[in-house]
Write a protein that binds this ligand. Structure first.
Ligand SMILES: NC(=O)C1=CN([C@@H]2O[C@H](COP(=O)(O)OP(=O)(O)OC[C@H]3O[C@@H](n4cnc5c(N)ncnc54)[C@H](O)[C@@H]3O)[C@@H](O)[C@H]2O)C=CC1
Ligand SMILES: O=C(O)CCC(=O)C(=O)O
Length: 392
């Protein structure tokens, strides 16, 4: 049985899918795949036997992607699987930024005893808020989460301005035409009453919201960070709050510097923590992992190109290699020189890496044994795997 290692609480929907497809979860044998959520793998040993790492979720900054890419390990995420959950928490955060709900709940609890209704009615004046309707929401990052937040805010009668220079075609068509597309991030910061950030944590996005950008925001504005710690410079945000240059900061990422600040609300990274999101993400993760390990199809990889072709031959060979000239001709020559007929060859490249999937029908055991090791000898080939179609 193929062993899969897990970290964090992975929903039974995903684990049951794997066991139903013949996998063992956290067993004794050398694991072929890893499924995880937020556990950091940066300082974890990752066994040589691992061929795929799947993040049941969107952000993959907890995985050493570059190191794994050099080893031929496919890293996946599950885009969109928890986007609705994050959208709903972001809407809750918007309301918490507009209405002093947290303080009001505390106040209501303190009015126990005596004429409760009189005490609450007389003293509730300190818990007046504002309405979202008619205000401007700025959305930075219009991907799976940001596009949903932006569209929902329109339904709350907000004006919405979004910024995402890297918007892909899949998400672009989902964005309502009433959402203004800003050309610069400054346009968003200057116009918005609420700014919400939905971008990945990368080296480039470290402290994306820094002191300079905070200075562009209205002093009455609220800042929401449901994306990652490190995308907002929390100390700069705290300083802006203290100087009255920012009204409120709501973050899903706890930071010692922010605890007990009266203008900060912290949640413990629960954006994706709904039953539905955990089920969907785990099931996507399990399917993608099984698909890769059994057919060589790559779906939703973050380090290699996706190739998703019907497996209609008896065999396939998947070759992960560097994206350099002459690889396809060397690979097809290799098969030809060894008397192996190629039924179909798919190749795609992304950045520094490429993937070639070769479909074969007539493939003797000797040829299979030879190919496994000899293909790896071609310069720039990183890893070769063979797949057998049990349905044929
Ligand atoms: N709090 C939580 O539990 C969760 C947090 N997240 C975080 O939210 C992030 C976004 O999630 P998704 O929307 O699903 O990802 P996504 O990949 O669908 O969208 C991210 C978008 O951000 C854009 N982007 C990247 N850098 C940018 C920049 N500097 N300025 C403007 N746009 C930029 C990209 O072009 C892309 O369209 C994740 O990377 C993750 O870190 C996601 C799910 C749950
Ligand atoms: O697994 C989780 O709950 C965290 C979700 C998250 O942060 C993500 O998907 O990027």
């Amino acid at each position: 049985m193929t062993n899969i290692k897990t970290y964090n609480a992975i929903s039974a929907k995903g684990l049951d899918y794997l066991t139903a497809h013949g996998y063992e979860i956290d067993g004794e044998g050398d694991p072929k795949g890893i499924i995880l959520r937020s556990q950091s793998l940066h300082d974890e040993p990752i066994a040589d036997s691992i061929r795929a790492v799947v993040r049941a979720g969107a952000g993959f900054n907890n995985i050493p992607v570059e190191e794994l890419s050099k080893r031929g390990v496919v890293v996946f995420n599950t885009p969109g699987g928890n986007a609705n959950a994050v959208k709903e928490l972001t809407i809750a955060a918007l309301i918490l930024a507009a209405r002093p709900v947290v303080g009001a709940i505390g106040f209501a609890n303190e009015t126990r005893g005596g004429d409760v209704s009189l005490r609450t009615e007389v003293n509730k004046g300190g818990y007046r808020g504002t309405e979202l309707a008619g205000k401007t929401l700025g959305v930075i990052g219009l991907g799976n989460v940001g596009s949903k937040v932006a569209n929902t805010a329109l339904a709350l009668d907000m004006d919405v301005i979004g910024y995402d220079p890297g918007l892909n075609a899949n998400t672009a068509w989902r964005i309502d035409r009433h959402i203004v597309r800003a050309k610069t991030v400054d346009e968003v910061l200057e116009q918005a009453d609420y700014v919400t950030v939905h971008i990945p944590y990368t080296e480039k996005n470290h402290f994306f919201i820094n002191a300079d950008r905070l200075a562009k925001m209205k002093p009455s504005a609220a800042l929401l960070n449901m994306s990652r710690g490190g995308i907002v410079d929390d100390l700069a945000a705290k300083d802006a709050l203290d100087r009255g240059a920012l009204h409120v900061y709501i973050t899903d990422f706890a930071d010692e510097a922010l605890f007990d600040h009266p203008k900060v609300i912290i949640t413990p990274h629960i954006g994706g923590s709904t039953i539905e999101a955990e089920d969907t993400s785990a099931l996507m993760a399990a399917r993608q992992l099984d698909e890769y390990l059994t057919t060589g199809n790559i779906i939703n990889s973050v380090n290699y190109p996706d190739i998703d072709e019907p497996f209609v031959t008896k065999y396939r060979v998947g070759i992960i290699h560097e994206n350099v000239p002459n690889m396809i001709s060397q690979i097809s020559k290799f098969f030809g020189d060894n008397g192996i007929n190629i039924e179909q060859l798919s190749n795609r490249a992304v950045g520094a890496y490429a993937y070639t999937l070769v479909a074969i029908n007539d493939f003797t055991p000797e040829q299979q044994e030879y190919v496994k090791t000899a293909l790896d000898e071609i310069p720039h080939v990183i890893l070769t795997r063979r797949y057998v179609n049990d349905m044929i």
